[in-house]
Design a protein around this ligand. Structure first.
Ligand code: FES
Length: 169
């Protein structure tokens, strides 16, 4: 399936940059690359490759540099994300408190592996190095809400609450 990406939103973002002081000799200053990518992700929900190629052409920033920034920062996505993002901590404090089992349970409930999005677009599942709330281990974050001291049955109930269909398989 060929998906057409509308370049109008990114052109508006680039036009705003042009009007500001963020240019040097017609090129976007490197310091503004991250905010630019954030703006694009806010607009599209992720960073489509075609949009990034367009940004590279217009801005003069090499595509390899843009990809370097995207892969360095966990906040950026190159694939569409689910309505809800589930982040399961795989850090040491969570690991020793059964974090792997929680992660396996999430994967099993959703029927997807880490880094994937459910077919209905409802959930994206990620694991992260540390959620910064080790005292709550094992911890899962759904969107901007933390769930700590989790057991397998608790994470199952929590995920079901986010599903409009009720119980997940
Ligand atoms: S190790 Fe899990 S929150 Fe820090």
């Amino acid at each position: 399936m060929i998906t057409t990406i509308d370049l109008e939103p990114v052109n508006k973002i680039l036009a705003q940059i042009e009007l500001s002081e963020k240019l040097t000799n017609g090129k976007i200053k490197p310091a503004y690359l991250i905010p630019l990518l954030q703006d694009i992700q806010d607009e599209y929900g992720y960073l489509p490759r075609k949009v990034l190629e367009h940004v590279s052409t217009i801005s003069g920033i090499p595509l390899s540099r843009i990809f370097g920034v995207i892969t360095f920062y966990e906040q950026f996505y190159m694939e569409p994300q689910g309505k809800h993002t589930i982040k399961c901590c795989r850090g040491t404090a969570c690991h020793v408190k059964n974090g792997q089992k929680i992660s396996d349970t999430i994967s099993e409930i959703l029927g997807i592996a880490e880094g994937e999005t459910t077919e209905d677009g409802l959930f994206t599942f990620e694991t992260v190095a540390c959620l910064g709330t080790c005292f709550l281990a094992p911890v899962v974050m759904i969107d901007d809400q933390y769930f700590g001291n989790l057991t397998n049955s608790e994470i199952t109930k929590i995920i079901n609450k986010y599903s409009p269909k009720g119980d997940m398989p």
